[in-house]
Design a protein around this ligand. Structure first.
Ligand SMILES: Cc1cc2nc3c(=O)[nH]c(=O)nc-3n(C[C@H](O)[C@H](O)[C@H](O)COP(=O)(O)OP(=O)(O)OC[C@H]3O[C@@H](n4cnc5c(N)ncnc54)[C@H](O)[C@@H]3O)c2cc1C
Length: 487
């Protein structure tokens, strides 16, 4: 942006949010551009150019967001909504420059309605701060993702996030009652926070998962739950993941819904539990947990254990299950950082790494994962040092989600790491689609996976494109996310 329009824009923005809330320093732009994004971090580490915004703006109210958007729309300046930057899918990167609207100062817990079990929040509220406030009052959000300490509710809603207890409490889209959104032209939409309606299509769900392409979600009314009377976890080991898969599928069919079930493939069991936690047994590890009234928890656990036993699962007891719960964030935020080598390898010892989260019907789960693993190995084994493994961690009556982690090391200097990274995604995602799976289950599409989205739902991408054109004819809102490109 040249100097004169830049100075004029600065003046208008500071009139809305105050001088202290418009930041134009390059360092601020770099911090927002790098965030948790593999692409920009790699560019940075290779001394290549990272995309930078002209301004980072910190509004404090819906009205301020609306005013900023009106100006951006008038001047046709791209806007990137930003929470805490923990998404790695690239939707938070200001690829076209323009304005970043950072919601962190919109962090108020506005109201808790104890009688109707709901809480109204500004969407810049941090996940952990919100959960702690609810816990103090005897409630829980039920949404406890591993990014608990580095995400906002705006980010969760924009990407259809899932927490560790999603099998019991649902994903974020199941937890929303009502939302408030500032549209690209500055108009404000506010839906009613009711449990259900038949007043036409569900507008909440139009904006949830829209990744900032349809507007900025400024407030939300979320369901809350009384803090569970009883919370239990247990560890089981199966001879292979196939028997574990059948066990959890059968548990779900009986409506004995656990709060969490995490089934690790043999490879991930070996890597996570043997190497890190010293569990010597081989096979497929399952962590299963139950929340609720004590008598119900007791009964559900009994039924689940019976089903696991029938599928050759060996009960390793509650201690190992509780240990998992207590250390559930350990991978990301190790308490002991004195082992520098391990800490470094967890954080970034890999040249390329990613996670495919997909969701498939039960009859496709095993075959889809096995094909992904086989194809990845065929492509990269012998070329680079690599790992691929998975866990199944969000369960439904009709299907399951699996989380495929892959890592690549020792890419020779003459090769472009970005090409290798893209090749890995292009190897894995089409296999999920081939087996009736989705491009993503809870990390979103961002810019990284947009190229696959038109292959998911027949005709669906065209509908999305039409909605985008209608809501945002100037294409200012996060252009390029969801594979929408230049609409
Ligand atoms: C260590 C770690 C663990 C993780 N674990 C999980 C997990 O367990 N479950 C899970 O679901 N995800 C997980 N993630 C991914 C990430 O935390 C989530 O995707 C989260 O939803 C991002 O929130 P954020 O506030 O950081 O959003 P950002 O990264 O800032 O933004 C993400 C996207 O949302 C848009 N956006 C942000 N705020 C708004 C708003 N108010 N209105 C409209 N659009 C908006 C942005 O433009 C961008 O496209 C993890 C990430 C990390 C780094």
């Amino acid at each position: 942006m040249s100097e004169i329009p830049r100075a004029l824009l600065y003046d208008e923005l500071t009139n809305i949010v105050g001088r202290e809330n418009v930041i134009e320093e390059r360092e601020e732009g770099i911090a927002h551009s790098l965030n948790r994004n593999w692409f920009t971090r790699t560019l940075w580490s290779e001394n290549r150019q990272v995309p930078l915004p002209s301004f980072v703006v910190y509004p404090e109210s819906t009205e301020q967001v609306s005013d900023v958007l009106q100006i951006a729309n008038r001047e046709k300046i791209p806007v990137t909504p930003f929470g805490m930057g923990s998404s790695g899918m690239g939707g938070n990167v200001p690829v076209d420059g323009g304005i970043i609207v950072d919601t962190k100062k919109m962090d108020e817990l506005i109201k808790v309605n104890e009688e109707s079990l709901s809480a109204t929040i500004q969407t810049g509220i941090g996940s952990w701060e919100y959960e702690e406030s609810l816990n103090d009052l005897g409630y829980t959000s039920g949404h406890l993702p591993a990014s608990q300490f580095c995400s906002t509710y705006g980010g969760f809603l924009a990407l259809r996030s899932a927490g560790r207890l999603s099998t019991g409490y649902g994903k974020i889209e199941d937890m929303v009652l009502g939302i408030e959104v500032a549209l690209p032209n500055g108009e404000i939409v506010r839906t009613r926070p009711v449990p259900a309606h038949a007043s036409g299509p569900d507008l909440n769900q139009l904006f949830i998962g829209s990744e900032g392409a349809f507007g900025i979600i400024t407030q939300a009314t979320m369901k809350i739950h009384p803090y569970p009377e009883e919370r239990r976890f247990r560890a089981i080991i199966f001879p292979d993941f196939s028997s574990g898969l059948q066990a959890v599928r059968k548990i779900m069919r009986k409506d004995v819904t656990p709060s969490v079930a995490r089934l690790y493939t043999e490879e991930e069991t070996a890597r996570t539990f043997k190497d890190t936690w010293g569990v010597e047994k081989e096979g497929s590890y399952l962590i299963i947990g139950f929340d609720g009234v004590e008598e119900l928890v007791e009964q559900k656990e009994k039924i689940a254990l019976r089903i696991c036993e029938k599928e050759n699962g060996e009960d390793l007891g509650s201690e190992k299950g509780e240990y998992w719960w207590e250390n559930r964030y350990g991978d990301y935020y190790p308490k002991d950082r004195s082992d520098t080598e391990k800490w470094q390898s967890l954080l970034g010892g890999y040249q390329a790494a990613g996670t495919v989260t997909t969701c498939v019907p039960y009859d496709k789960a095993e075959v889809a994962y096995k094909e992904m693993r086989r194809s990845f190995k065929e492509k990269f084994e012998g070329r680079y040092k690599n790992w691929i493994h998975a866990h199944f961690s969000h369960w439904y009556k009709t299907g399951t989600m699996f989380y495929v982690r892959w890592y690549i090391r020792e890419i020779p200097e003459e090769e472009d790491t970005l090409d290798v990274y893209n090749e890995a995604w292009s190897t894995l995602v089409p296999i999920a689609l081939k087996h009736e799976g989705v491009v993503d289950h809870h990390h979103g599409i961002g810019r990284l996976l947009g190229r696959f989205l038109s292959k998911q739902d027949k005709g669906g991408h065209e509908v999305l494109r039409s909605i985008k054109k209608a809501i945002d004819p100037n294409n200012i809102m996060n252009p390029g996310v969801l594979g929408l490109g230049k609409c």
